[in-house]
Design a protein around this ligand. Sequence first.
Ligand code: RB5
Length: 143
Amino acid sequence: MKIAIGSDHGGFALKQEVIKHLTDRGIEVTDKGCYDEKSCDYPIYAKEVTSAVTSGEADYGILICGTGIGMSITANKVKGIRAALCHDNFSAQATREHNNANVLCMGARVIGAGHALMIVDTFLDTPFSNDERHVRRISMIEE
Ligand code: RB5
């Protein structure tokens, strides 16, 4: 499994923790920036990560900003991206099973790192249900 990850300054510290966690799990992670805590613009990194997902370079994307909201708004403008803002495990599991979400967004100012890492694991470890009604609804989104 290959992951592309990105953040703005607000999500930088949590991004580093997620990268370490995934690397420790043996998962290949590409860091698309930002690379320090200097103020920067989250749409730049949302574009980098979503391009990696739509091109097939990455299986999933992870985007982190202060709230996760700016990242999710931006990511969902890209055709083929289904970005889910998750701050709880239930949502992370449900969005994989029901929406086949391919990008996880989180807010570093909203949840702690321990909780965020559990959400990352739940998101990456939960398969899409492939249930007919969910496949139909995702096709409707694409249309
Ligand atoms: C940056 O201050 C903050 O606006 C950003 O990280 C994010 O929360 C935007 O949605």
